[in-house]
Design a protein around this ligand. Sequence first.
Ligand code: FMN
Length: 361
Amino acid sequence: MYELARDLLFKLDAERAHELTLSMFRRMPGLATLPFRQRVPADPVRLLGLDFPNRVGLAAGLDKNGECLAAWQALGFGFVEVGTVTPRPQPGNPRPRMFRLPAHRALINRLGFNNKGVDYLLQRVAESDFKGVLGINIGKNFDTPNERAQDDYLHCMRAVHARASYITVNISSPNTKNLRDLQEEGQLRGLLRALTEEGRVLAQRDGRHVPLLVKIAPDVSDAQLDGIALAARECGIDGLIATNTTIARPGLDSEPLAKEAGGLSGAPLRPAADQVLGRLRAKLGADFALIGVGGIMRGADAARKRELGADLVQVYTGFIYRGPCLISECVQATADVAGSTPAVAAETLNPLESPDSRGSK
Ligand SMILES: Cc1cc2nc3c(=O)[nH]c(=O)nc-3n(C[C@H](O)[C@H](O)[C@H](O)COP(=O)(O)O)c2cc1C
């Protein structure tokens, strides 16, 4: 069924197809997801003080404005990360800015944090009756210079704190000029210290600790990666998400679209993302939360991320190519790696609806 829908959608421009799908998911989440719902096994896991019904989440960027939470819930994701959201709305880069590379099961995008702003996102979240684990991914506006980036992140953090299960600090998009410079150790430590300090103030205000995660790029040297790992731990960050899209073009020599500027995602990203993940786990030891993302196109790719040390995984491009069957496939595969038999093999169409899954520490 999904193949049919995908073949039709793939006849449209990539961003147009994306908008059309999201608009249907937003207007009629129950009906629009009905033909695609899968039996998703239950594989509950507690991490970061939160209860996840399974280890497979929706990666940031697909639902930037948090408009389709009911649809993601119905499809069986174990958690959903919305955003990247910025303090003020912004249109992003000129179109076209999203490209499919079907022969490589990949996408290239240079959207540039197009989003309706943090207040709009919070209204959508407030309207929804979503009770699952909700990550809110925050960024800076394109016209905020890096010297004032901290203000944008703090603004978003204060705004979303009461609504988020966890907050992701995105310093790894290749599509906002110089954003990735924030990963440089000196700048990073200053930013992370300010955010974790604010986190303590907000925890007092809201009566709960909201885990703070940092999402990193795959295009970093081993030395830089080690510096990021150390900075994250020393500054009191709760976890890392590895990785965002890559500016490299591995294996795409004969692909005409490879010359398009932007971040590459999907199958060609997996080796680099896996390498970063494995190195982070080796550096950080067993107790630091890691989310693995990048190039998961089938269950075995998700299982591999678990083996490399991911506590949880996220999907984006694989979901576009494979559809909702990828969710159940990855849930099963990651549950098998954990050595746990799924407790319920029966249909769990709303696995996100666990009473205390917003969690508190
Ligand atoms: C079209 C598109 C938009 C994205 N937007 C964001 C974003 O706003 N924030 C973010 O942190 N990651 C964003 N990402 C990165 C994904 O969350 C993910 O890290 C990356 O695509 C690798 O996973 P994948 O290979 O499963 O797609 C985006 C990816 C794509 C393809």
